[in-house]
Design a protein around this ligand. Sequence first.
Ligand code: CAA
Length: 455
Amino acid sequence: MASEFPADAIGIDDFSVYVPKLYIPTVGKFAISRGIEPAKLVKGIGIERMAIPDAHEDAATMAAMSVHELMQRNSLRPQDIGKIYIGTESGVDEAKAIGTYVIGMLEQIYGPGSFQECLTVELKSACIAASYALEDLCCWVAAGGDEGRVGIAVASDVARYPLRSGGEYTQGAGSVALLVKRDPRLIALEDMIGVYTRDENDFFRPPGCSMAVVNGKHSNDCYLDAVGGAFASFAKKAIRRGKLQLREGECVSDHVSHFLFHIPYPRMVEYASAALFRQEWRGLPRWKGVEDELGREPRAEDFSDPGEHQRAEADFSRRFSKSDAFRQAFSSKVGESARISRQVGNIYTGSIYLGLASLAEQNLLCPGQRVCFCSYGSGCSAMVFSGIVREEADCPPGRDIFKRLDQRWEISLQEYEDLHEGGRKESLIFPEREFARLYIDSQGYRHYGYVSQAP
Ligand code: CAA
Protein backbone atom coordinates (compact mmCIF):
# COMPACT_ATOMS: atom_id res chain seq x y z
CA MET A 1 0.00 0.00 0.00
CA ALA A 2 1.28 3.46 -0.87
CA SER A 3 1.72 5.63 2.16
CA GLU A 4 0.78 9.10 1.01
CA PHE A 5 -2.20 10.86 -0.47
CA PRO A 6 -1.51 12.22 -3.93
CA ALA A 7 -0.81 15.89 -4.56
CA ASP A 8 -3.51 16.39 -7.22
CA ALA A 9 -7.03 17.29 -6.17
CA ILE A 10 -8.30 13.87 -5.18
CA GLY A 11 -10.47 13.13 -2.20
CA ILE A 12 -14.02 12.86 -0.86
CA ASP A 13 -16.63 13.96 -3.38
CA ASP A 14 -19.74 13.00 -1.40
CA PHE A 15 -20.85 10.58 1.34
CA SER A 16 -23.92 8.78 2.61
CA VAL A 17 -24.80 7.53 6.07
CA TYR A 18 -26.98 4.59 7.06
CA VAL A 19 -28.12 4.12 10.65
CA PRO A 20 -30.58 1.37 11.74
CA LYS A 21 -34.13 2.53 12.52
CA LEU A 22 -34.10 1.14 16.06
CA TYR A 23 -32.53 2.81 19.07
CA ILE A 24 -32.46 2.54 22.83
CA PRO A 25 -32.04 5.65 24.98
CA THR A 26 -29.17 5.39 27.46
CA VAL A 27 -31.27 7.19 30.07
CA GLY A 28 -34.54 5.73 31.44
CA LYS A 29 -34.86 1.98 31.96
CA PHE A 30 -31.42 1.19 30.54
CA ALA A 31 -29.61 3.41 33.07
CA ILE A 32 -31.85 2.28 35.94
CA SER A 33 -31.39 -1.42 35.17
CA ARG A 34 -27.60 -1.00 35.07
CA GLY A 35 -27.55 1.10 38.25
CA ILE A 36 -25.85 4.02 36.47
CA GLU A 37 -26.69 7.68 36.96
CA PRO A 38 -28.13 9.02 33.67
CA ALA A 39 -25.86 12.09 33.92
CA LYS A 40 -22.82 9.84 33.66
CA LEU A 41 -24.04 8.42 30.34
CA VAL A 42 -25.21 11.70 28.82
CA LYS A 43 -22.43 13.97 30.13
CA GLY A 44 -19.57 11.72 31.32
CA ILE A 45 -19.73 9.42 28.25
CA GLY A 46 -21.76 11.67 25.92
CA ILE A 47 -24.15 9.10 24.39
CA GLU A 48 -27.91 9.75 24.53
CA ARG A 49 -29.15 7.03 22.16
CA MET A 50 -27.55 3.87 20.79
CA ALA A 51 -28.51 2.62 17.30
CA ILE A 52 -29.46 -1.08 17.43
CA PRO A 53 -29.56 -3.32 14.33
CA ASP A 54 -32.85 -5.12 13.73
CA ALA A 55 -32.98 -8.94 13.36
CA HIS A 56 -32.45 -8.75 9.57
CA GLU A 57 -29.46 -6.37 9.72
CA ASP A 58 -25.71 -6.88 9.90
CA ALA A 59 -22.56 -5.16 8.66
CA ALA A 60 -23.25 -6.38 5.07
CA THR A 61 -26.85 -5.09 4.84
CA MET A 62 -25.83 -1.75 6.34
CA ALA A 63 -22.94 -1.41 3.86
CA ALA A 64 -25.30 -2.20 0.96
CA MET A 65 -27.72 0.45 2.25
CA SER A 66 -25.08 3.19 2.42
CA VAL A 67 -23.57 2.31 -0.99
CA HIS A 68 -27.02 2.20 -2.61
CA GLU A 69 -27.87 5.63 -1.20
CA LEU A 70 -24.54 7.02 -2.41
CA MET A 71 -25.21 5.65 -5.91
CA GLN A 72 -28.69 7.15 -5.97
CA ARG A 73 -27.53 10.54 -4.70
CA ASN A 74 -24.90 10.71 -7.46
CA SER A 75 -26.73 8.87 -10.27
CA LEU A 76 -23.88 6.35 -10.37
CA ARG A 77 -24.23 3.26 -12.53
CA PRO A 78 -22.41 0.04 -11.61
CA GLN A 79 -20.00 0.51 -14.52
CA ASP A 80 -18.96 3.90 -13.07
CA ILE A 81 -17.51 2.21 -9.97
CA GLY A 82 -14.06 0.63 -10.18
CA LYS A 83 -13.52 -0.38 -6.57
CA ILE A 84 -15.54 -0.85 -3.40
CA TYR A 85 -13.26 -1.18 -0.38
CA ILE A 86 -15.00 -2.02 2.89
CA GLY A 87 -13.47 -1.44 6.31
CA THR A 88 -15.15 -3.49 9.03
CA GLU A 89 -14.33 -5.23 12.28
CA SER A 90 -17.72 -6.99 12.35
CA GLY A 91 -17.11 -9.06 9.23
CA VAL A 92 -19.71 -11.71 8.46
CA ASP A 93 -17.30 -14.37 7.12
CA GLU A 94 -13.75 -15.46 7.95
CA ALA A 95 -12.73 -15.80 4.26
CA LYS A 96 -15.31 -14.39 1.85
CA ALA A 97 -15.03 -10.61 1.43
CA ILE A 98 -18.04 -8.74 2.79
CA GLY A 99 -18.10 -6.71 -0.45
CA THR A 100 -19.07 -9.79 -2.47
CA TYR A 101 -22.23 -10.08 -0.37
CA VAL A 102 -22.78 -6.33 -0.84
CA ILE A 103 -22.37 -6.63 -4.62
CA GLY A 104 -24.79 -9.57 -4.60
CA MET A 105 -27.37 -7.36 -2.89
CA LEU A 106 -26.78 -4.40 -5.22
CA GLU A 107 -27.11 -6.64 -8.28
CA GLN A 108 -30.64 -7.48 -7.15
CA ILE A 109 -31.41 -3.87 -8.06
CA TYR A 110 -28.94 -3.13 -10.86
CA GLY A 111 -29.06 -6.53 -12.57
CA PRO A 112 -27.03 -9.77 -12.44
CA GLY A 113 -23.38 -9.29 -13.42
CA SER A 114 -23.61 -5.49 -13.36
CA PHE A 115 -20.72 -5.20 -10.86
CA GLN A 116 -18.59 -7.87 -12.55
CA GLU A 117 -15.75 -5.41 -13.27
CA CYS A 118 -15.76 -3.88 -9.79
CA LEU A 119 -12.99 -4.93 -7.43
CA THR A 120 -13.89 -5.38 -3.77
CA VAL A 121 -11.65 -5.91 -0.76
CA GLU A 122 -12.41 -6.16 2.95
CA LEU A 123 -9.97 -4.30 5.17
CA LYS A 124 -9.53 -5.16 8.82
CA SER A 125 -7.61 -2.86 11.11
CA ALA A 126 -10.12 -2.17 13.90
CA CYS A 127 -11.56 1.36 13.74
CA ILE A 128 -8.93 2.72 11.34
CA ALA A 129 -9.76 0.35 8.45
CA ALA A 130 -12.01 2.72 6.48
CA SER A 131 -9.31 5.42 6.60
CA TYR A 132 -6.82 2.97 5.09
CA ALA A 133 -9.46 2.16 2.43
CA LEU A 134 -9.77 5.87 1.67
CA GLU A 135 -6.00 6.29 1.43
CA ASP A 136 -5.64 3.33 -0.89
CA LEU A 137 -8.42 4.48 -3.20
CA CYS A 138 -6.88 7.95 -3.46
CA CYS A 139 -3.58 6.39 -4.52
CA TRP A 140 -5.40 4.22 -7.10
CA VAL A 141 -7.04 7.30 -8.61
CA ALA A 142 -3.73 9.21 -8.58
CA ALA A 143 -1.95 6.37 -10.35
CA GLY A 144 -4.53 6.54 -13.14
CA GLY A 145 -5.91 3.06 -12.41
CA ASP A 146 -9.41 4.50 -12.20
CA GLU A 147 -9.72 5.23 -15.96
CA GLY A 148 -12.43 7.74 -15.15
CA ARG A 149 -14.23 5.49 -12.69
CA VAL A 150 -14.81 6.25 -9.01
CA GLY A 151 -13.95 4.35 -5.85
CA ILE A 152 -16.15 3.87 -2.80
CA ALA A 153 -14.65 3.50 0.67
CA VAL A 154 -17.20 2.00 3.05
CA ALA A 155 -17.22 1.70 6.82
CA SER A 156 -19.78 -0.69 8.29
CA ASP A 157 -19.89 -2.02 11.83
CA VAL A 158 -21.96 -3.22 14.74
CA ALA A 159 -20.30 -2.18 18.00
CA ARG A 160 -21.38 -4.79 20.53
CA TYR A 161 -20.10 -5.50 24.05
CA PRO A 162 -21.41 -7.93 26.67
CA LEU A 163 -24.62 -6.94 28.49
CA ARG A 164 -23.93 -5.12 31.76
CA SER A 165 -20.24 -4.59 30.86
CA GLY A 166 -18.41 -1.24 30.96
CA GLY A 167 -18.49 -1.12 27.16
CA GLU A 168 -22.25 -1.68 26.90
CA TYR A 169 -23.15 2.01 26.99
CA THR A 170 -20.75 2.75 24.11
CA GLN A 171 -22.47 0.49 21.55
CA GLY A 172 -23.99 1.52 18.23
CA ALA A 173 -24.28 0.47 14.58
CA GLY A 174 -24.15 2.05 11.16
CA SER A 175 -22.38 2.53 7.87
CA VAL A 176 -20.81 5.41 5.97
CA ALA A 177 -19.91 5.31 2.26
CA LEU A 178 -17.38 7.82 0.87
CA LEU A 179 -17.23 8.62 -2.84
CA VAL A 180 -13.56 8.94 -3.83
CA LYS A 181 -12.60 10.65 -7.07
CA ARG A 182 -10.55 13.21 -8.88
CA ASP A 183 -11.62 16.86 -8.51
CA PRO A 184 -13.88 16.11 -5.53
CA ARG A 185 -16.68 18.48 -4.55
CA LEU A 186 -16.32 18.10 -0.77
CA ILE A 187 -12.72 17.70 0.44
CA ALA A 188 -9.43 17.52 -1.47
CA LEU A 189 -6.97 15.51 0.61
CA GLU A 190 -3.46 16.91 1.10
CA ASP A 191 -0.40 14.80 0.47
CA MET A 192 0.79 14.41 4.03
CA ILE A 193 0.00 11.64 6.48
CA GLY A 194 1.31 11.03 9.98
CA VAL A 195 1.17 7.48 11.28
CA TYR A 196 1.83 5.67 14.55
CA THR A 197 1.69 1.90 15.11
CA ARG A 198 2.52 -0.41 18.01
CA ASP A 199 1.43 -3.83 19.25
CA GLU A 200 -1.26 -3.46 21.97
CA ASN A 201 -3.92 -5.51 23.77
CA ASP A 202 -6.39 -2.64 24.28
CA PHE A 203 -9.19 -4.17 22.18
CA PHE A 204 -9.23 -7.36 20.12
CA ARG A 205 -11.54 -10.20 19.09
CA PRO A 206 -9.97 -13.67 18.92
CA PRO A 207 -11.36 -16.14 16.31
CA GLY A 208 -14.76 -17.53 17.28
CA CYS A 209 -15.65 -14.72 19.68
CA SER A 210 -18.71 -12.67 18.76
CA MET A 211 -17.70 -9.74 20.97
CA ALA A 212 -14.43 -7.93 21.50
CA VAL A 213 -12.21 -8.24 24.55
CA VAL A 214 -11.66 -4.68 25.73
CA ASN A 215 -9.38 -3.21 28.37
CA GLY A 216 -11.36 0.02 28.69
CA LYS A 217 -9.07 2.46 30.49
CA HIS A 218 -5.99 1.09 28.75
CA SER A 219 -7.75 1.56 25.39
CA ASN A 220 -8.23 5.26 26.17
CA ASP A 221 -4.50 5.60 26.94
CA CYS A 222 -3.48 3.75 23.75
CA TYR A 223 -5.79 6.00 21.72
CA LEU A 224 -4.22 9.16 23.20
CA ASP A 225 -0.63 7.94 22.73
CA ALA A 226 -1.23 6.83 19.14
CA VAL A 227 -3.10 9.94 18.03
CA GLY A 228 -0.50 12.17 19.72
CA GLY A 229 2.30 10.25 17.96
CA ALA A 230 0.60 10.35 14.55
CA PHE A 231 -0.12 14.07 14.90
CA ALA A 232 3.53 14.79 15.75
CA SER A 233 4.56 12.84 12.64
CA PHE A 234 1.96 14.73 10.54
CA ALA A 235 3.11 18.11 11.90
CA LYS A 236 6.78 17.35 11.17
CA LYS A 237 5.92 16.41 7.59
CA ALA A 238 3.70 19.43 7.03
CA ILE A 239 6.55 21.75 8.00
CA ARG A 240 9.33 19.81 6.29
CA ARG A 241 7.41 19.85 3.01
CA GLY A 242 6.63 23.55 3.28
CA LYS A 243 2.87 22.89 3.32
CA LEU A 244 2.57 25.08 6.38
CA GLN A 245 4.71 28.08 7.22
CA LEU A 246 4.53 28.79 10.92
CA ARG A 247 5.01 32.35 12.12
CA GLU A 248 6.59 33.10 15.50
CA GLY A 249 4.44 31.62 18.29
CA GLU A 250 2.27 29.50 15.96
CA CYS A 251 1.73 25.75 15.88
CA VAL A 252 0.31 23.40 13.24
CA SER A 253 -3.11 23.11 14.90
CA ASP A 254 -3.55 26.89 14.47
CA HIS A 255 -3.83 26.14 10.74
CA VAL A 256 -6.65 23.63 11.19
CA SER A 257 -10.30 24.78 11.21
CA HIS A 258 -11.87 21.45 12.19
CA PHE A 259 -10.51 18.36 13.90
CA LEU A 260 -12.27 15.07 13.26
CA PHE A 261 -11.31 12.36 15.74
CA HIS A 262 -12.38 8.74 15.91
CA ILE A 263 -15.44 8.87 18.20
CA PRO A 264 -15.88 5.69 20.29
CA TYR A 265 -17.99 7.93 22.57
CA PRO A 266 -18.23 11.74 22.38
CA ARG A 267 -16.35 12.39 25.61
CA MET A 268 -13.25 10.73 24.07
CA VAL A 269 -13.07 13.58 21.57
CA GLU A 270 -12.67 15.97 24.47
CA TYR A 271 -9.88 13.87 26.03
CA ALA A 272 -8.16 13.55 22.63
CA SER A 273 -8.30 17.23 21.75
CA ALA A 274 -7.13 18.28 25.24
CA ALA A 275 -4.09 16.00 24.89
CA LEU A 276 -3.41 17.27 21.37
CA PHE A 277 -3.68 20.98 22.22
CA ARG A 278 -1.43 20.48 25.24
CA GLN A 279 1.14 18.78 23.00
CA GLU A 280 0.87 21.60 20.47
CA TRP A 281 0.86 24.59 22.84
CA ARG A 282 3.55 23.41 25.25
CA GLY A 283 6.71 25.47 24.62
CA LEU A 284 4.90 28.33 22.88
CA PRO A 285 4.48 31.77 24.50
CA ARG A 286 0.74 31.04 25.05
CA TRP A 287 1.64 28.13 27.37
CA LYS A 288 2.73 30.68 29.98
CA GLY A 289 -0.88 31.92 30.12
CA VAL A 290 -2.08 28.35 30.70
CA GLU A 291 0.48 27.74 33.47
CA ASP A 292 -0.35 31.14 35.02
CA GLU A 293 -3.96 29.94 35.26
CA LEU A 294 -3.40 26.30 36.23
CA GLY A 295 0.04 26.16 37.83
CA ARG A 296 3.11 24.38 36.45
CA GLU A 297 2.44 21.30 34.34
CA PRO A 298 3.68 18.22 36.23
CA ARG A 299 6.93 16.85 34.80
CA ALA A 300 8.13 13.28 35.41
CA GLU A 301 11.53 14.50 36.68
CA ASP A 302 9.84 16.43 39.51
CA PHE A 303 8.47 13.22 41.09
CA SER A 304 10.31 10.33 42.73
CA ASP A 305 7.08 8.25 42.88
CA PRO A 306 5.60 7.51 39.42
CA GLY A 307 2.15 7.02 41.00
CA GLU A 308 2.29 10.52 42.42
CA HIS A 309 3.26 11.90 39.01
CA GLN A 310 0.32 10.04 37.45
CA ARG A 311 -2.12 11.54 39.97
CA ALA A 312 -0.73 15.06 39.47
CA GLU A 313 -0.96 14.57 35.71
CA ALA A 314 -4.62 13.42 35.91
CA ASP A 315 -5.43 16.44 38.06
CA PHE A 316 -3.70 18.85 35.64
CA SER A 317 -5.52 17.23 32.68
CA ARG A 318 -8.88 17.72 34.38
CA ARG A 319 -8.11 21.38 35.08
CA PHE A 320 -6.71 21.97 31.59
CA SER A 321 -9.91 20.61 30.05
CA LYS A 322 -11.83 23.28 31.98
CA SER A 323 -9.45 26.16 31.10
CA ASP A 324 -10.70 29.07 28.96
CA ALA A 325 -8.05 28.50 26.29
CA PHE A 326 -9.02 24.86 25.82
CA ARG A 327 -12.80 25.43 25.99
CA GLN A 328 -12.49 28.08 23.27
CA ALA A 329 -10.41 25.87 20.96
CA PHE A 330 -12.66 22.88 21.65
CA SER A 331 -15.89 24.67 20.87
CA SER A 332 -14.62 26.28 17.67
CA LYS A 333 -12.66 23.32 16.23
CA VAL A 334 -13.93 20.06 17.72
CA GLY A 335 -17.19 19.97 19.69
CA GLU A 336 -19.75 20.03 16.87
CA SER A 337 -18.25 16.95 15.21
CA ALA A 338 -19.82 14.69 17.87
CA ARG A 339 -23.45 15.75 17.31
CA ILE A 340 -24.49 12.62 15.37
CA SER A 341 -22.48 10.23 17.55
CA ARG A 342 -24.46 11.37 20.60
CA GLN A 343 -27.55 9.96 18.89
CA VAL A 344 -25.98 6.84 17.40
CA GLY A 345 -23.14 5.63 19.65
CA ASN A 346 -19.99 3.98 18.34
CA ILE A 347 -19.99 2.68 14.77
CA TYR A 348 -16.29 1.76 15.00
CA THR A 349 -14.50 2.47 11.70
CA GLY A 350 -17.21 4.85 10.44
CA SER A 351 -17.31 6.97 13.61
CA ILE A 352 -14.77 9.53 12.39
CA TYR A 353 -16.84 10.00 9.22
CA LEU A 354 -19.99 10.53 11.31
CA GLY A 355 -17.95 13.49 12.54
CA LEU A 356 -17.61 14.72 8.96
CA ALA A 357 -21.35 14.19 8.49
CA SER A 358 -22.07 16.19 11.66
CA LEU A 359 -20.17 19.19 10.28
CA ALA A 360 -21.65 18.91 6.78
CA GLU A 361 -25.21 18.56 8.06
CA GLN A 362 -24.82 21.67 10.19
CA ASN A 363 -23.30 23.59 7.24
CA LEU A 364 -20.10 24.17 9.19
CA LEU A 365 -17.70 23.32 6.35
CA CYS A 366 -16.60 26.49 4.54
CA PRO A 367 -14.52 26.57 1.34
CA GLY A 368 -10.77 26.82 1.96
CA GLN A 369 -10.92 25.49 5.52
CA ARG A 370 -8.45 22.78 6.52
CA VAL A 371 -9.98 19.67 8.13
CA CYS A 372 -7.66 17.38 10.07
CA PHE A 373 -8.67 13.71 10.40
CA CYS A 374 -7.30 11.84 13.43
CA SER A 375 -8.18 8.20 12.85
CA TYR A 376 -7.53 5.52 15.48
CA GLY A 377 -7.75 1.74 15.38
CA SER A 378 -7.16 -0.48 18.39
CA GLY A 379 -4.38 -2.92 18.33
CA CYS A 380 -3.11 -0.20 17.70
CA SER A 381 -2.57 2.30 14.92
CA ALA A 382 -3.36 5.95 14.23
CA MET A 383 -3.28 7.98 11.05
CA VAL A 384 -3.52 11.78 10.85
CA PHE A 385 -4.20 13.44 7.53
CA SER A 386 -5.79 16.63 6.27
CA GLY A 387 -7.89 18.02 3.48
CA ILE A 388 -9.16 21.34 2.19
CA VAL A 389 -12.88 22.05 1.87
CA ARG A 390 -13.76 22.73 -1.78
CA GLU A 391 -15.86 25.56 -3.23
CA GLU A 392 -18.59 23.09 -4.24
CA ALA A 393 -18.89 21.57 -0.74
CA ASP A 394 -22.54 22.51 -0.35
CA CYS A 395 -23.54 21.35 -3.87
CA PRO A 396 -24.73 17.78 -3.17
CA PRO A 397 -28.33 17.54 -1.95
CA GLY A 398 -28.82 17.50 1.84
CA ARG A 399 -29.13 14.20 3.63
CA ASP A 400 -31.61 15.06 6.41
CA ILE A 401 -29.59 12.94 8.82
CA PHE A 402 -30.84 14.67 11.97
CA LYS A 403 -34.44 14.39 10.77
CA ARG A 404 -33.96 10.69 10.02
CA LEU A 405 -32.44 10.12 13.45
CA ASP A 406 -35.48 11.79 15.04
CA GLN A 407 -37.81 9.46 13.13
CA ARG A 408 -36.30 6.25 14.51
CA TRP A 409 -38.21 3.79 16.70
CA GLU A 410 -37.42 3.49 20.40
CA ILE A 411 -37.25 -0.12 21.59
CA SER A 412 -37.75 -1.48 25.10
CA LEU A 413 -34.99 -2.83 27.29
CA GLN A 414 -36.35 -6.37 26.76
CA GLU A 415 -36.39 -5.98 22.95
CA TYR A 416 -32.84 -4.61 23.05
CA GLU A 417 -31.56 -7.50 25.17
CA ASP A 418 -33.31 -10.08 22.93
CA LEU A 419 -31.75 -8.58 19.79
CA HIS A 420 -28.36 -8.35 21.51
CA GLU A 421 -28.37 -12.01 22.52
CA GLY A 422 -29.67 -13.20 19.11
CA GLY A 423 -32.88 -14.42 20.73
CA ARG A 424 -35.15 -12.59 18.34
CA LYS A 425 -35.57 -13.96 14.83
CA GLU A 426 -38.35 -11.71 13.45
CA SER A 427 -37.64 -8.08 12.67
CA LEU A 428 -39.19 -5.46 14.92
CA ILE A 429 -39.77 -3.29 11.85
CA PHE A 430 -40.38 -5.35 8.75
CA PRO A 431 -37.89 -4.19 6.05
CA GLU A 432 -39.27 -2.08 3.24
CA ARG A 433 -37.16 -0.71 0.37
CA GLU A 434 -34.29 -2.21 2.28
CA PHE A 435 -31.63 -4.91 2.06
CA ALA A 436 -32.19 -7.72 4.55
CA ARG A 437 -30.50 -10.89 5.67
CA LEU A 438 -33.11 -13.53 4.82
CA TYR A 439 -31.53 -16.67 6.28
CA ILE A 440 -28.25 -18.49 6.83
CA ASP A 441 -28.20 -21.93 5.24
CA SER A 442 -26.84 -25.16 6.69
CA GLN A 443 -23.38 -24.48 5.17
CA GLY A 444 -23.22 -21.04 6.79
CA TYR A 445 -23.75 -19.12 3.53
CA ARG A 446 -25.79 -15.98 4.06
CA HIS A 447 -28.77 -15.24 1.83
CA TYR A 448 -29.66 -11.59 1.41
CA GLY A 449 -32.42 -9.87 -0.50
CA TYR A 450 -33.83 -6.48 -1.41
CA VAL A 451 -37.27 -6.20 0.13
CA SER A 452 -39.22 -3.63 -1.85
CA GLN A 453 -42.47 -3.84 0.08
CA ALA A 454 -43.55 -5.06 3.48
CA PRO A 455 -46.17 -7.84 3.15
N1 CAA B 1 -22.30 12.86 36.00
C1 CAA B 1 -21.41 13.34 35.08
N2 CAA B 1 -20.24 12.67 34.79
C2 CAA B 1 -20.00 11.50 35.43
C3 CAA B 1 -20.89 10.99 36.40
C4 CAA B 1 -22.10 11.71 36.68
N3 CAA B 1 -22.99 11.28 37.55
N4 CAA B 1 -20.37 9.82 36.87
C5 CAA B 1 -19.18 9.64 36.23
N5 CAA B 1 -18.98 10.64 35.36
C6 CAA B 1 -17.83 10.86 34.45
C7 CAA B 1 -16.51 10.45 35.08
O1 CAA B 1 -16.05 11.41 36.02
C8 CAA B 1 -15.64 10.36 33.83
O2 CAA B 1 -15.26 11.67 33.41
P1 CAA B 1 -13.76 12.27 33.71
O3 CAA B 1 -12.83 11.47 32.85
O4 CAA B 1 -13.85 13.68 33.31
O5 CAA B 1 -13.53 12.06 35.17
C9 CAA B 1 -16.61 9.84 32.78
O6 CAA B 1 -17.92 10.00 33.33
C10 CAA B 1 -16.38 8.37 32.41
O7 CAA B 1 -16.57 7.61 33.54
P2 CAA B 1 -15.52 6.50 34.01
O8 CAA B 1 -14.15 7.07 34.05
O9 CAA B 1 -16.07 5.87 35.26
O10 CAA B 1 -15.52 5.49 32.80
P3 CAA B 1 -16.12 3.99 32.69
O11 CAA B 1 -15.59 3.13 33.76
O12 CAA B 1 -17.58 4.07 32.54
O13 CAA B 1 -15.44 3.49 31.33
C11 CAA B 1 -14.96 3.37 29.01
C12 CAA B 1 -15.52 4.24 30.13
C13 CAA B 1 -13.53 2.95 29.34
C14 CAA B 1 -14.96 4.18 27.74
C15 CAA B 1 -15.86 2.11 28.84
O14 CAA B 1 -17.16 2.51 28.48
C16 CAA B 1 -15.34 1.16 27.77
O15 CAA B 1 -14.58 0.25 28.06
N6 CAA B 1 -15.79 1.33 26.47
C17 CAA B 1 -15.36 0.50 25.35
C18 CAA B 1 -13.93 0.79 24.93
C19 CAA B 1 -13.74 2.16 24.31
O16 CAA B 1 -14.67 2.76 23.78
N7 CAA B 1 -12.50 2.66 24.34
C20 CAA B 1 -12.16 3.93 23.73
C21 CAA B 1 -10.74 3.96 23.22
S1 CAA B 1 -10.43 2.56 22.13
C22 CAA B 1 -11.18 3.00 20.65
O17 CAA B 1 -11.43 4.13 20.44
C23 CAA B 1 -11.54 1.93 19.68
C24 CAA B 1 -12.99 1.64 19.76
O18 CAA B 1 -13.79 2.24 19.04
C25 CAA B 1 -13.45 0.65 20.71
